[in-house]
Write a protein that binds this ligand. Structure first.
Ligand code: AMP
Ligand code: ZN
Length: 111
């Protein structure tokens, strides 16, 4: 997808250290962390919204949620964390390539 910053990171066109990578996803640090620990899990396939999910994309999202718990220790999230997927305008989504925020490293405030 042209002009998608996360596609460019996935492709290595914008350098960003990858804390985890496999055939379906990468994990990078958020450039503007909203908590002491803030990572983004980014599927390699470009799509913006959960509502765009077909079986193939659902498998990718499932894969992300299967892998994330295996990374808790590596990412410093063993004391718990918050998982957020912002969706669209009201959800505050600014990058229109689906991604899963992982926030922790401290006691987070309630919503
Ligand atoms: P969202 O508002 O849910 O779309 O989240 C987009 C997130 O991407 C924000 O938390 C940004 O700080 C983060 N972000 C934007 N550009 C980059 C980048 N080049 N590297 C890492 N994180 C980024
Ligand atoms: Zn993209």
């Amino acid at each position: 997808m042209e002009n998608c910053i996360f596609c460019k990171i996935v492709a290595g066109e914008i350098p960003s250290p990858k804390f985890y990578e496999d055939e379906k996803m990468i994990v990078i640090k958020d450039i503007e962390p909203k908590a002491k620990v803030h990572y983004l899990c980014i599927p390699k396939t470009h799509f913006a919204l959960l509502s765009e999910m077909d079986e193939e994309k659902a498998e990718i999202v499932k894969h992300c949620f299967r892998v994330i718990p295996t990374l808790e220790e590596k990412l410093g999230l063993t004391n718990g964390y918050r998982v957020i997927i912002n969706q669209g305008e009201d959800g505050g989504q600014t990058v229109h390539h689906l991604h899963i925020h992982l926030l922790g490293g401290e006691k987070l405030k309630d919503f």
